[in-house]
Structures are given as structure tokens and as C-alpha cells.
Design a protein around this ligand. Structure first.
Ligand code: TYM
Length: 334
């Protein structure tokens, strides 16, 4: 708790072009929860270097992502929006937690298996211990809740395991975090292959809606979205393409699956796809406009980066000092 509020932590990588999946699975929920919790939203640049990055590009993307958090509606006066690399406690706690995490646990992580298959020439130790750094992010702020998409649930599970293991040895040091999944949008699939998650790294540009896509591009991608030959808008496992479009429409409009089925009863896929596209444009266009405006205000963004790094550091140190003491490091002499 901070004051009378529970704590929320979440983060996003500044690698690749953010997709509608990132927005509906995470960012949109962050905004919804931001009044209720004391929130920490990090641009997790330490995680990004587990795969090779161009330094200038990483810096530029990280700044854009931080700006996008604000453009999406997170008030930086109330929410702590900051770069992970500005708070050294993340790495320090990650080291300690590494010593409480088993190789076997990390070996089971599906994201590690996927990423090492994709980057076979660079299977580094950071990629392997990535979930431990993620656990450190969350536990450092004693987070109660972590809003993420479904693909991150396994990492949340290992975070809880590490925290419980640590608490069992040293007493109640860490709050055990709960994941938060939105009602719809927790797993947005590729528009070209509904068996695959919509991903920043998909080579087929028609598979993903990028947050900065202009309205024409968005409409064109939805027109081309893969559906089926059933011809009716129904929420059914046998129609994964339609299910995905319904999830997107539901997350953008707040309508339930039953309401959507009713709305499109007797109508063709063409009408449905147009409506989905328009609902996405109406969510993304204001965000894009705010982003363009904010980007011009360098001094304002710089101020946020400075102030929030200090705020994050303050809270991170409270946990870090406690953990250091528990494991037996000598006290500092002032
Ligand atoms: P990242 O950067 O891959 O994704 C950011 C967030 O977007 C969600 N997401 C999706 N949700 C629904 N459908 C999709 N197709 C989709 N694609 C991505 C992700 O679930 C995530 O919530 N390891 C994390 C970043 C991280 C983190 C943390 C998150 C680092 N430390 C601590 C929470 C707490 C990652 O790479 O997310």
C-alpha cells in the first residue's frame, strides 16, 4: 500500500512498433485502473537489450513509448511513468532474486523457448533470466496488481513463486501480486492467422494494426482480415477469425459478445469488418493526435522523466534496503 491505495505495476518494451494487441491487452486497462491504484508504469528498456538493439533507435523508441503512455490517457502527475534503466534497484533486486530462482523453472518459460528459437545466434543469459528481472520490477514496488495480456501470465506465475519462496525464508517481505486481465482484448490475434498472437515482430504488416497506422491503413487491414465461410457473426471456437474481430470490437466499444451478435444478425462480414475498423479508428485517432502534440513539448516530457525517476527510485529503495538487510548484507554507515 502507498497511502490508502493498493499498488499497480506494469511495463512495456520499447521494441518494434506497438500493436493494437499492446493497447487493448494492456494500455487500455492501465488507463481504466489508474485512478483506483497507486501506479508505476515503466518503459522496460533493460528487458529490450536481451535481443540486439540499435542504440539510437532504442533511445528514440523508448521516448516515444513514454510519450504514448501519456497520450493514451495516463496522467504523469498521478502515475509514475519512467524508464526502467533510470532506477538501478531493478537490476540490484534482480540479482538477489536470481539466487532464489531455479534453472528448471526458467527452462520451462515458453517465451524463452520462442525467443531463443527466433534468435538462435544470440541465446544470452539475459534472455534466460528475463523473467527474474520482470519479477524484480513487480516486487520492487510491492505491487498488488499487474495488468497484462495473457502471454505474460506465465511470467506472473513465476514472480509469485519467487516471492512466496523468499517470504517463506525471510518473513513477509514481498506483496504477492495478482495478474489483471481485461474482459476482452487479453489476447488479440493476428488478422492474417487467428491461431497466432498479434505481434510487433510479425513480418506480415497486414497481420497487425500498429498504433500509428492511419485510418485508411486500418480500414484496409480489417477488410483483408482472415475470416471463414460460415457467413455469420458468432462467438464460437470454430470461427477464430470472427472471434478475434469480436474481441477487438468489444474492447473498443464496451459491447458484449451477445450484443455484437445481435447487432450483426443477418448482416455480412463486410459490414462487420467496416464497423470493427471504424471502432478501432475512433480509439486510435485521438491517441495519435495527442501523441503528436505531446511530442513537440520537449521540456514537459523531460520534466516528467526526471521527476518520475526520482519518485520510482524513492519507493524502490524502500523495498531494496529491506531485502538487502534480510539476506544479510551489512548496513550502510552514514
Ligand atoms: P510486451 O512489451 O511484449 O507487451 C506489453 C503488453 O502488451 C500485452 N500484449 C498483448 N495483449 C493482448 N494481445 C496481444 N496480441 C498482445 N501482445 C502484447 C502483453 O501481455 C503486455 O502486457 N515482459 C513484458 C514487459 C514487462 C512487464 C514487466 C510487464 C517487463 N516487466 C512487469 C508487466 C510487469 C513484455 O515484454 O511485454
Amino acid at each position: 500500500m502507498i497511502g490508502d491505495k493498493k499498488v499497480l505495476f506494469s511495463g512495456m518494451q520499447a521494441t518494434g512498433n506497438l500493436t493494437l494487441g499492446n493497447y487493448l491487452g494492456a494500455l487500455q486497462n492501465w488507463v481504466k485502473l489508474s485512478d483506483e491504484y497507486e501506479c508505476f508504469y515503466s518503459v522496460v528498456d533493460l528487458h529490450s537489450i536481451t535481443v540486439r538493439q540499435d542504440p539510437a533507435e532504442l533511445r528514440s523508441r523508448a521516448r516515444k513509448l513514454l510519450t504514448l503512455y501519456i497520450a493514451a490517457g495516463l496522467d504523469p502527475e498521478k502515475n509514475c511513468i519512467y524508464y526502467q534503466s533510470h532506477v538501478s534497484g531493478h537490476c540490484e533486486l534482480a540479482w538477489i532474486l536470481n539466487c532464489f530462482t531455479y534453472m528448471g523453472e526458467l527452462n520451462r518459460m515458453t517465451q524463452f523457448k520462442d525467443k531463443s528459437a527466433k534468435h538462435a545466434d544470440n541465446i544470452n543469459a539475459g534472455l534466460f533470466t528475463y523473467p527474474v528481472l520482470m519479477a524484480a520490477d513487480i516486487l520492487l514496488y510491492q505491487a498488488d496488481v499487474v495488468p497484462v495480456g495473457k502471454d505474460q501470465l506465465q511470467h506472473l506465475e513465476i514472480t509469485r513463486d519467487i516471492a512466496q519462496r523468499f517470504n517463506a525464508i525471510y518473513g513477509d517481505v514481498f506483496t504477492i501480486p495478482e495478474p489483471y486481465l481485461g474482459k476482452s482484448g487479453a489476447k488479440i490475434m493476428s488478422l492474417q492467422d487467428p491461431a497466432k498472437k498479434m505481434s510487433k515482430s510479425d513480418e506480415n504488416v497486414n497481420a497487425s494494426i500498429y498504433l500509428m497506422d492511419d485510418p485508411d491503413t486500418i480500414m484496409r487491414k480489417f477488410k483483408r482480415a482472415v475470416t471463414d465461410s460460415e457467413g455469420c457473426v458468432r462467438y464460437s471456437e470454430s470461427q477464430p477469425g470472427i472471434m478475434n474481430l469480436m474481441d477487438i470490437y468489444s474492447a473498443c466499444t464496451g459491447k458484449s459478445a451477445a450484443e455484437i451478435e445481435k447487432e450483426f444478425d443477418g448482416k455480412g462480414y463486410g459490414d462487420f469488418k467496416m464497423a470493427v475498423g471504424e471502432s478501432v479508428v475512433s480509439v486510435l485517432k485521438p491517441l495519435q493526435d495527442r501523441f503528436e502534440d505531446l511530442q513537440k513539448d520537449k521540456a514537459y516530457i523531460d520534466g516528467i522523466i526526471k521527476n518520475n525517476a526520482e519518485k520510482a527510485e524513492y519507493y524502490s529503495l524502500k523495498t531494496l534496503r529491506k531485502v538487502q538487510k534480510k539476506v544479510g548484507f551489512p548496513e550502510r554507515i552514514r
